[in-house]
Design a protein around this ligand. Structure first.
Ligand code: XMP
Length: 479
């Protein structure tokens, strides 16, 4: 990465402060670009979902890993629950989506409670043997009494195939029959998965992030408090592929003790540690055993750290400095926080990150764990909240006595509730991944880069004014 002549930054920079210049390029198509990481975490797209309770759960983990990314389960999830989620995620099919299942005797109300949970938006009705008998989507429920039995409104399954059917063939069958959903069955004809046309298309474009056994990958965070070795051991035993040692101030003694504990449990598992924003912090964490350093203090959408403490650093410069320090030691950084647009991911990679972590942006999707709610204008949203907010601290300290809980909640450094609207055009996390992938792949073609390393090497950046950033925004409708 280099700055355009005359654009050497005098100050630290945010993503909004910088822009990328097009280079002479021989990369003709976005499909000539490989977004796989070389940081040892096994992702095939440079996206990691942040360990936030409002964002990272099992549906998110399954869906994002299927598209090549990685989800980090929050450290507040106890090891037994991490084990349950990991087993469940690893039991998912790498191509076929997990169906929402009801029986003919269930009611429309049951179907309506479920359909918002998954982007494919339909329930498969099964018989007593678990064989598919029909499909119910939101449209089929419209105008029907909530007590109506699903058997009375289910539509016939138009495409049924084995899980081995190539995605391209499934796509063609759906297209030819005008069907929305293909139903995948096992050798006994029992329901085993569903696939939409866009799901089949994505299966053809993306490469899932898989472990050595061919199961979807997943990461889990451990904090720096308590018996870190025991927690690390438990989640590794559960099959977690990547460990994230996470605390707001990663450049502190407790972190070094925690890293030592984690390394004593497993010298070989990829370990990510943070957060820091300095080259010195990066070197110290690598020295203590981190393979990847998590960079970012205060850029997160739910963070109040900078306003509360004045501590932090504009994220583009933090990532660039830390990445340079990590690269000098043959290691990597994840850019954590402040990702709001596909361009931010491209800029994080240009700065030298091997992946960008996304939190709140993904809270407003079907796959985040929160309940779908509607605002005063009828727009669907889910709530996001910071992991250092009163709400998260309250949940984390549930077993403390009332005084201790109240004392800890006084020192919040995060937002407790913020509405994340579902984008009507992109309500699922895969829609957002498509959009990020499309933007980032295009950035690579502009830069003349075929992979993440080439992109970092070739990236030429300039510094822009606020007006320069504003100029790049499309005009809103109704202007
Ligand atoms: P985004 O912008 O994607 O950022 O939501 C995700 C990252 O934000 C950090 N985080 C917090 N930082 N107080 C903070 O100061 C908080 O309550 C908080 N919650 C999350 C965290 O690094 C996450 O990955």
């Amino acid at each position: 990465m280099r700055f355009l002549d005359g654009h050497r930054p005098a100050n630290d920079l945010t993503y909004d402060d910088v822009f990328l210049l097009p280079n002479r390029s021989d990369v003709e198509s976005r499909f000539d670009v490989d977004l796989s990481t070389v940081d040892g975490t096994g992702t095939t797209i440079p996206i990691v979902v942040a360990n936030m309770t409002a964002v990272a759960g099992r549906r998110m983990a399954e869906t994002v890993a299927r598209r090549g990314g990685l989800v980090v389960l929050p450290q507040d999830v106890d090891p037994a629950a991490v084990a349950g989620i990991t087993e469940w995620v690893k039991g998912r099919h790498p191509v076929w989506d997990t169906p929402l299942v009801l029986t003919g005797g269930d009611a429309v109300a049951d179907a309506l409670n479920l359909v918002g949970k998954r982007a494919h938006g339909a329930v498969v009705v099964v018989d007593g043997e678990g064989r598919p008998a029909g499909i119910v989507d939101e449209a089929a429920c419209a105008g029907v009494d909530r007590f109506t039995r699903l058997a009375d409104i289910a539509e016939p399954v138009l495409v049924t195939c084995s899980l081995e059917t190539p995605a391209r063939e499934v796509f063609d069958m759906l297209h030819a029959r005008g069907a929305k959903l293909a139903v995948g069955v096992d050798g006994d004809g029992r329901l085993a998965g569903v696939l939409t046309a866009i799901g089949a298309l994505r299966a053809d474009i993306y490469t899932p992030a898989l472990d050595d056994q061919g199961a979807l990958r997943i990461a889990a965070a451990v904090g720096v408090n308590g018996d870190v070795a025991a927690k690390a051991e438990a989640v590794l035993e559960a099959g977690v592929d990547v460990l994230v040692v996470d605390t707001a101030h990663g450049h502190q003694d407790k972190m070094f003790t925690a890293l030592k504990a984690v390394r004593s449990v497993s010298p070989s598992v990829p370990v990510v540690a943070g957060n820091v924003v300095t080259a010195e912090g990066t070197r110290d964490l690598i020295d203590a055993g981190a393979d990847v350093v998590k960079v970012g203090v205060g850029p997160g959408a739910m963070c109040t750290t900078r306003m509360m403490t004045g501590v932090g650093r504009p994220q583009f410069s933090a990532v660039a400095d830390c990445a340079a320090a990590a690269r000098a030691l043959g290691k990597h950084v994840w850019a954590d926080g402040g990702i709001r647009h596909p361009r931010d991911v491209a800029l994080a990679l240009a700065a030298g990150a091997s992946a960008a972590m996304v939190g709140s942006w993904f809270a407003g999707t079907h796959e985040s764990p929160g309940d779908l709610r509607y605002d005063e204008n009828g727009r669907p949203y889910k709530e996001s909240f910071g992991m250092a907010s009163k709400r998260a601290v309250g949940a984390r300290t549930r077993s403390d006595d009332a005084f201790d809980r109240a004392r800890k909640a006084l020192f919040e450094e995060g937002i407790s509730s913020s509405k994340m609207h579902l984008d009507p055009a992109r309500p699922g996390v895969e829609d957002l991944l498509d959009s990020i992938g499309s933007g980032v792949r295009s950035s690579f073609t502009y830069a003349g880069a075929r992979n993440i390393e080439e992109f970092h090497e070739r990236a030429v950046l300039g510094v822009q004014s606020a007006a320069g950033f504003a100029e790049g925004r499309p005009l809103p409708s109704g202007w």
